[in-house]
Design a protein. Structure first.
Length: 177
């Protein structure tokens, strides 16, 4: 199993210098659908842009809260913020939890993971960003409940605890959810 490295994400972010300009400011709040909701720590913005680019290069639409909903005030989170995120998650086919050494510091990531898992059973996967290609992943204990996103020859797969691989496209587009 090969996880994505932080350097791969940073390289993809460099390729996407104008990605934020392309998607920022779209006024499509309630009805726009996305393949992937990226749950992430704000401390990892550079890596998040890279992961989004890697997914977009493979044809997936990606929701990032501070890109699509830049008007949300992250300093004063309220019920409206939470409702906006719930609506966005309901309009996404899957949630990818970007696991880094900083993700444990996020107060919102566990909330997003729990909400999405309760709303769309089977629609959550963990994407570890590691330091080297051969690095293992030991995340927070509860993350072991979910399959992991990995890559083989630049194709994305989701691997469950029993080491069964499924194609990422099939995971995102699972008709049973």
């Amino acid at each position: 199993m090969a996880f994505f490295t932080k350097e791969q994400a940073k390289a993809a972010a460099r390729r996407s210098e104008n990605m934020l300009d392309q998607v920022a400011g779209l006024e499509s709040y309630s009805d726009e659908r996305f393949d992937v909701f990226l749950s992430h720590s704000m401390l990892d913005q550079d890596l998040v842009v890279g992961v989004a680019m890697l997914l977009k290069e493979q044809g997936y639409s990606v929701y990032i809260d501070w890109v699509e909903d830049e008007e949300l005030d992250r300093e004063h989170v309220d019920k409206e913020t939470a409702e906006r995120l719930r609506q966005r998650m309901r309009n996404c086919s899957s949630l990818i939890y970007i696991a880094t050494d900083r993700s444990g510091q996020s107060k919102w990531m566990p909330w997003e993971l729990g909400y999405f898992d309760g709303y769309k059973d089977g629609g959550v996967a963990i994407l570890p960003l590691v330091d080297t290609v051969n690095s293992g992943f030991d995340g927070q204990e509860y993350l072991g409940l979910y399959p992991l996103v990995n890559q083989v020859n630049q194709r994305l797969y989701v691997e469950d605890a029993s080491k069964v691989h499924s194609d990422f496209w099939a995971f995102v587009n699972d008709p049973s959810r």
